[in-house]
Structures are given as C-alpha cells and as structure tokens.
Design a protein around this ligand. Structure first.
Ligand SMILES: *Cc1c(COP(=O)(O)O)cnc(C)c1O
Length: 425
C-alpha cells in the first residue's frame, strides 16, 4: 500500500517514507491511498477482543506488507501496556478511559506506539528525537521513547514555565532522555529545534527525527481503541474532545476500516472552528483562546486537512457522519460538578466537553447509546476540578512517584551552537 498527500501534489510513497517525513513535500499530510475494510468475520471477532489483539489485527491490516502480524503484536504489547476500560456511567452512556498510561493522557497511546514503530523501521540505526514543549507533549514523548533501544530524546522546555508535575515527568527519567531547560520562552525552544533540523552538519552526524502530532505513527494507533466500543449491544454515538483533531480523524479511519458507529461528535471548547465549519460550511482558522481544557486550545487544527480530504471536501457527507458541539468554560466547570454529584463520575475538563457534546446529540436520538472519550486523568487538572466538586482529588501514584524522584535538566542558553554541542556531546 502507498501513502498519499492530502494535497495530491507530491508522489505516493511507501509507509516508511511517510512515517519519517512528517509532512509531504507539497505541504500536505499523509493518508493511505485507500481504506480497505476489514473482513466481516474479523470485525465480528474484534467485538470481544482485547486492546492488544485489536491493535495487532488493525495495525497489520493498515500496514499490510510492511510489518508482520508477529512484529506488530510485539510492538503493540510493549506500547499499550496499560488498560483502556469502557466504564458505564449512566444507563446509556459509557466513558472510554484513555488516561491510564504513564503521563495520564490519551497522547500516550499514539506517542508510545509511534516510538516503537520508528525504532522498528530504522533497523538499528540510532535515532535522535528532538522536541520543543510547553509541557504536555514533551512529557508524553519523553515517556514514550524512554528505554526504547537505539534512541535518544532531547526535550526542550522553557525554564520555570512548565508545571511541577510536567517537569518531573520529563526530568526524572534519565537514561536515554535528556531534559533541557532553556533560558527563554516556548517560542525560543521551537526555534532552536527548527534550526537544528535545518543544520546540514548536524544531520550528517545524527539521524534527527521529529515526533510531532501530525505524524502517521502517532495518528494510526489512535484508531485501535475505537474498536473497543463494538462491545456494546449496538453501534453508539462516540463523542471526541478535540483540539488538533487527530483523535477524531483516527475515529474516522476506524469507521472506514469497518467499525460501525451511529455518529461521531466533534466536541470543542470555544476554539470551535470545526463545529463552525459543520454549521456554516465556512472554515476560518483563528488565534486560539485559553480555556480550562487547555490541551484543546487550538485555533487552526492540524488534522482538519485530513478530515476534509477523507470527504473530498463534501460538507454534506461529513455532516452525515460528524456532529459538532462547542462549550464555554462556565458550562464545563458546572457540568463537572453536576455529573460528580448525580452519577459519582469525575470528569476532567476535556472529558467533560465530550460528555456535553454527547448529551446534546443523545437528546435528539432517544434510542441511541453513547460513548465519550475521557482523554485526561482528572488529577492532572486539579486546579479546575477541585473547585468544581468542592473536594480534594488525590494524586495518582504515577504522578506522586514522578514528583518524588530526583530530577536532572541540562540548562541551555538560547543558542543554536550550544544545542548542537549538547546533541553531539
Ligand atoms: C491533545 C489532547 C486533546 C485533543 O486531541 P486532538 O487529537 O488534538 O484533537 C484532548 N484532550 C487531551 C487531554 C489532550 O491532551
């Protein structure tokens, strides 16, 4: 199978090229040339399968010819070594909890699988991964590559500007992970990373690899967990809390592979350019606004281009599959309190937006069942959740352990030469 650019202006490439490229030469994003649905008996078997089996079958199907089922199985077992439970919350609503990985957010699924895919396809050539972070992505990427053979990770973050927990998650690993505290802003970190990638001398000496969120290695594994909703007695409405729309795009991919859902819900905070597109047909990216669900504060969602390409720009067809919904902070916070009180279920701000989007669609569809994706552990957003419910939220052991471990960061001036020294040291 070949992989094609959403802009159709650069040639189709084999998977390995798409995996290491990030964006296509024409600036587009890679998608498979076509989606081949899984055979009906396989889909039936997956309804009762566990996550590792699903990942093995779906992953091998997507990468047919590029990786064996045995290799994919080993890779998925190593990457997805944490549970993704489907938890019943009300008579007709379930939470798919994606936050039980090492950084307690759903990005662990994509980042951990991506790390192992990159390693698999390099045949032992050492990789150097360089990322700039304002907090969350860096900790997920650092944890994802931690102890992956033949890889070294440098995570650049603005000194003093990430949360205590985030710094602990990046700087307490050691081994092949180097945390780099830059005496500057997040933009400085990004600029340093860009300059290193553009440095021909560095690239002669080490194989620099980006680990960004538009990469296929991160996107495709997110299709796996959608198949867990096939356990329910009928295809549900599935609500997805969205920022860059990688998660929702993965849901669309799952349905093209044969998963049956009633509808997907693109749920956002007030950064609502995609729900607006669904409502008006006009797509107008704009600067992002800060909200309580800050992992979704995105004004120009990177994966929207993939969504559009998957529908050949046909708005009506997209509307048939995807409903939009957007919510303000006050509503989100109030709902966290209400749901905790009424159902004893604790939502984080991102999951709460998906829950709200789901309720909106279920209200017009009385026979439907619903699933919302819970993307972060509520303890990661204690400053929002605790006032909403009027109670303390205990820190899970994964976070408490990270906070207790010793930390080490390399300190770096905003200097491309100093970064090169560090990488080549
Ligand atoms: C990144 C993130 C999202 C948004 O996911 P996208 O794939 O960018 O739409 C939602 N919730 C949490 C907790 C996240 O970290």
């Amino acid at each position: 199978m070949k992989w094609v650019s959403t802009r159709r202006a650069s040639p189709p490439v084999p998977f390995i090229d798409a995996l290491f490229a990030g964006t296509a030469p024409d600036g587009g994003l890679y998608l498979p040339e076509r989606f081949e649905p899984l055979p009906a008996p396989t889909l039936e078997r997956l309804r009762s399968a566990d996550l590792v089996t699903i990942g093995t079958v779906v992953g091998t199907h997507l990468l047919a010819g590029d990786i064996s089922e045995l290799q994919m199985g080993a890779l998925v077992r190593d990457a997805l070594d944490f549970p993704i439970p489907l938890v019943q919350v009300t008579e007709r609503v379930w939470a798919l909890e994606l936050f039980h990985g090492p950084t307690l957010a759903f990005k662990d699924v994509g980042a951990r699988t991506q790390a192992r895919l990159l390693h698999h396809f390099t045949d032992g050539t050492p990789l150097t991964i360089l990322v700039a972070t304002s907090g969350d992505t860096g900790s997920a990427v650092a944890q994802a590559f931690y102890q992956v053979p033949d890889s070294r990770v440098f995570v650049l973050y603005p000194e003093g500007q990430v949360s205590d927990v985030q710094e602990a998650q990046m700087a307490s690993l050691g081994g092949n992970v180097t945390a780099v505290a830059v005496a500057g802003t997040f933009d400085d970190c990004q600029r340093l990373v860009k300059q290193a990638f553009a440095d021909g001398e560095v690239r002669k000496k080490v194989w620099l690899t980006p680990a960004n969120s538009i990469n296929l290695g991160r996107l495709l594994p997110q299709a796996f967990y959608y198949f867990l909703v096939a356990r329910l007695r009928q295809p549900p409405v599935v609500a997805v809390p969205s920022g860059n729309f990688g998660n929702l795009t993965a849901g669309l991919i799952a349905t093209r592979l044969g998963l049956r859902v009633r509808r997907l819900v693109a749920a956002t905070n007030v950064n609502d350019v995609v729900p607006e597109y669904l409502r008006t047909g006009i797509y107008e990216p704009r600067p992002s606004v800060r909200t309580v669900a800050n992992a979704m504060d995105v004004g120009a969602p990177s994966n929207f281009e993939r969504m559009r390409a998957m529908y050949d720009d046909d708005l009506e067809r997209m509307r048939g599959d995807v409903a939009g919904a957007a919510f303000e902070d006050t509503r989100v916070v109030a709902e966290i309190g209400r749901v905790y009180k009424e159902f004893g279920y604790l939502l984080d701000p991102h999951g709460a937006i998906a829950w709200l989007g789901l309720q909106q669609v279920l209200a017009t569809d009385p026979k439907a069942l619903g699933v919302f994706l819970a993307t972060a552990h509520p303890a990661k957003f204690r400053e929002v959740v605790e006032p909403a419910i009027g109670e303390a939220v205990p820190l899970p052991s994964t976070l408490a352990d990270a906070l207790a471990r010793p930390r080490h960061s390399e300190r770096l001036a905003v200097s491309p030469a100093a970064l090169v020294d560090l990488i080549l040291r």
